[in-house]
Design a protein around this ligand. Sequence first.
Ligand code: ATP
Length: 581
Amino acid sequence: MTFSSLSHYFQKLEQTASRNTMTMLLAELFHKAGRDEIGKICFLLQGRVVPLYDALEFGVADKLVTRAIAQAYQVAESKVAAQIKHVGDAGIAAEQCYHVLEQDNRNTISVGEVFQQLYQTARASGIGSQEQKITLLAGLLRSIDALSARYIARIPLDKLRLGFSDMTILDALSWMLTGDKSLRVRLEEAYNVRPDIGYIAESVKKDGIHGLSHVSVRVGAPILAALCQRLPHADEMIKKMGEVAVEPKYDGVRTQIHVQRQDNGRLRVQSFSRNLENTTAMFPELTHIGAQIHAREVILDSEAVGVDPKSGKLIPFQETMTRKRKHGIDVQSRSVPIRFFVFDILYKDGEALLAAPLSERRKILEATVGTGNILVVSPEIVAETAEEIRTYHDEQLKRGLEGAVVKKWNSPYEPGRRGFSWVKFKEEEGHTGKLTDTIDAVVMGYYRGEGKRSGFGIGAFLVGVRQNESFVTITKIGTGVSDALWKLLRERLNAIKTNRQPKAYSQVNKLFTPDVWVEPNIVVEIAGDDLTKSSNHGAGIAVRFPRLVRIRTDKTPREATTTGELNQMYRKQGAGARRGV
Ligand code: ATP
């Protein structure tokens, strides 16, 4: 397939807001794509050249693309810069500058060739790499047509943003195979084990749905984290789950640890966050776990928590992250040592353990992770009564922890699922009629400040929860945010601001139109007094007295609270109030 044909699909996808139309367009594109092309196309559709979890980035800023366009079309750099400023988009600017050149082969360059060049651009590193990137991009811009130039300029800047995620791609793969979305669940299950959209697409293009049977766990490719449901009372936990393991709920950063002993005996350790980011560079301490691991290859699930070197006490997530930002990683790892509380094992020496019951995995975990200072196997009890759960949970609260996590003793590990196999237990809900849990919301836009805050350029922001692939508003937040946090927020939001209301926010009431729209990208955790019914907010529910708890850098918008969960929280709050407790 030529890149020019792919660009026409980019254009059609850009022009539609309908998810169904997108799915069908993608399915048509996948039909036409060759076996060796479909994976590359899936990455390019997301503006990438590697899976989400691969740390490789383009490392390209506006200035570099400006120079590449100038070089490609022999236009003055200042003119390109002015054009980008005028239209607010390097893609359109590249397309407009394009018209100065004539090329013969501009419609024939293939998707594979463009992919390769973009890949090389991302790979270029070290001395002289900026020039190398410019030359590569300029070469690409010269060898394509005008419309393609629009997309080639946007991709390295992470500005392609066609308005859908890997989930829509999974829908489209199902559509390609069957003409409907009936295979989406199976495709998603495979994706949860190996979140590499290119690999999944290639597998099903080659062997149909049976291709998924080859998709398996691999060290170096993160598995989506199993998540917790909520249940209000210990009695309900026993009723629903039977025999359970109860563990402390640590307030840290979810960290999946991948260990591989190489032929030369050296250990290769990588870590991944819950939103699949490669966090290896953040945790230098993980390079010292060799003596604790009794296996050749292993994947562990853990919570990373900072430890106060003086008191030995665990430091809450918020504070660990602040110290991290302040001191840089090296100093930080000395001043705030990190301990990894390991609570699960997902793979060992060639064998995936996802289907094994927790009771079995726990035995393997204990035999695999030895004692030491960096990895600590999380303590736990096995309980059969609500009383045992309650007592253990109260002990954790007394120790200053968040509560407990209760896990069905005979359940498999469910990647990416928020099922009833794992339940979090923070405080028995319904006692006060107030919100006992926080909401993870997506920032949709912001309002410029008035008075004192006009100096920051931001005075309030609009947030929403997830409804399928869209986001619907629940509240505006304007208070309880420190000056430093306002600045940080504005910086982060400005990096993702957009001229148009994003497609994913289709139903925002005019009352809440923000001064600046931002792409769905930043997740914030918010607390509130209670939830009320609201006809103004798209979620149908609003938060009263909302407060920002923290920015959740470890969560993607896909992990934001959903309208279903919000309704559940609303009902529980009502039940507590009705019981008059
Ligand atoms: P919250 O915001 O309530 O802390 P969350 O929104 O981050 O939770 P949940 O799925 O609700 O995510 O809770 C699960 C999280 O709790 C996990 O992602 C993990 O980071 C953390 N956690 C702490 N201790 C444990 C444990 N023993 N087992 C599993 N997860 C744990």
